[in-house]
Design a protein around this ligand. Structure first.
Ligand SMILES: Cc1ncc(COP(=O)(O)O)c(C=O)c1O
Length: 370
């Protein structure tokens, strides 16, 4: 069979789909620019992983052995951290994999998934891969959920709603009442709390009374393990049993599992870093708010969304794209968006205090050269 015929056998929705936009590896960029990169485009943790996690990885004796498919040690450790029984916890290859597992478990080809843009791009990507129908319910102009519009969008084919809370990239959190309202629509509601540790709330307390609620969490942000890919969910124990049955048996690799367990023994250290980032978020918010050509949105996560205002005064015109490009030339990376709802927006991850200093100096230079 030639490759043209082989490609004709690919599922129609997948042969032509636009893949997930990949990020550029930092070492490639550093080589390209010839200087240290201030990386504020990935919502990663600039304080890195815990020393205990790094030490455990350096001396781990079982890289040659397959991981435990039932993740017993990790789920026990997560039980202590979350207060949920181990039977209500499932770990995965990043919380991205939990999104995928939710779709595999509940969504057949043609069934509908509610999405609340602007939000995390992994939901549309994975809905497309599983053959589901994405139903977008745009957020209001302040980026809060439009619950009435969600209710109107529900059909007999609706199965799942994904709510990032705090939302990436807008930074606000959904209220408990909003989540209750979505649950009352008869959907599986997956609340993605990837930024939980940076925020001031959680809906995990609703899980015991609501078997249709799944709360997603991750070690990528607060624990600095983004590269090792460890996420998990909190849900009804029977649902957890189904996830354990359908997941890839070795979805969490031994390095990720060991590092996550070590991180859970270093919670005070990691939470102190979260505290520093929350403090730096406030400083960055104040500094960006003082820039006359920017609007900044409040955030409960480790990033801030800002909008470059119309700014033709004095003959100067800076756009979000020129700011992004100008910062990039200076080795400072921030995230830029092209969708209509995020027109003129930049998302800036909270970094070290010196990263904030470099960013602010860079923004001033970019403005002066516009
Ligand atoms: C809302 C949201 N959920 C999930 C993730 C991915 O988490 P993980 O690294 O655990 O797959 C991200 C990462 O940026 C995110 O913003």
């Amino acid at each position: 069979m030639d490759i043209d015929r082989v490609e004709k056998l690919i599922r129609p929705g997948l042969a032509t789909m636009h893949g997930y936009d990949p990020i550029e590896p930092i070492d490639v960029l550093e080589r390209e620019l010839g200087k240290r990169i201030v990386k504020l485009d990935g919502n990663e943790n600039p304080y890195m992983s815990s020393p205990r996690a790094r030490d455990v990885l350096a001396h781990f004796p079982y890289y040659h052995i397959y991981p435990d498919p039932l993740q017993r040690n990790l789920r026990e450790a997560l039980s202590v951290y979350t207060g949920f029984p181990p039977d209500c916890i499932v770990a995965a290859n990043g919380s991205d994999e939990i999104i995928d597992l939710v779709l595999r478990l509940f969504v057949r080809e043609g069934q509908e998934v509610l999405n609340f843009p602007p939000t995390f791009g992994m939901y549309p990507f994975l809905v497309t891969v599983c053959g589901g129908m994405l139903v977008n319910v745009p957020r209001k102009s302040d980026f809060s959920l439009d619950v009435a519009a969600a209710r109107a969008a529900v059909t007999p084919k609706s199965r799942v709603a994904f709510v990032a809370s705090p939302n990436n990239p807008t930074g606000g959190a959904a209220s408990e009442d909003e989540v209750r309202a979505l649950l009352a629509m008869g959907l599986i509601v997956a609340v993605d709390e990837a930024y939980f540790e940076f925020s001031s709330g959680t809906v995990a307390g609703l899980v015991p009374q609501n078997p249709s609620l799944i709360v997603l969490r991750t070690f990528s942000k607060w624990a600095g393990l983004a590269g090792l890919r460890v996420g998990y969910c909190l849900c009804h124990e029977r649902l957890a049993g189904h996830f354990l049955t359908i997941k890839q048996p070795y979805n969490v690799n031994v390095a990720g599992e060991a590092a996550a367990i070590a991180s859970l023994k270093d919670v005070d250290y990691l939470k102190a870093n979260v505290g520093k980032l929350r403090k730096e978020r406030e400083r960055l918010f104040a500094a960006l708010s003082a820039i006359p050509w920017l609007d900044v949105y409040p955030s409960q996560a480790n990033f801030l969304l800002c909008r470059v205002k119309e700014n033709r005064a004095g003959g100067r015109v800076a756009t979000a794209k020129t700011v992004r490009d100008g910062l990039r030339r200076r080795g400072i990376l921030v995230r830029f968006y092209e969708s209509a709802a995020l027109r003129d927006c930049l998302r800036i991850s909270v970094g070290l205090p010196e990263d904030t200093d470099a960013l602010l100096a860079g923004m001033e230079e970019v403005w002066n050269e516009a």
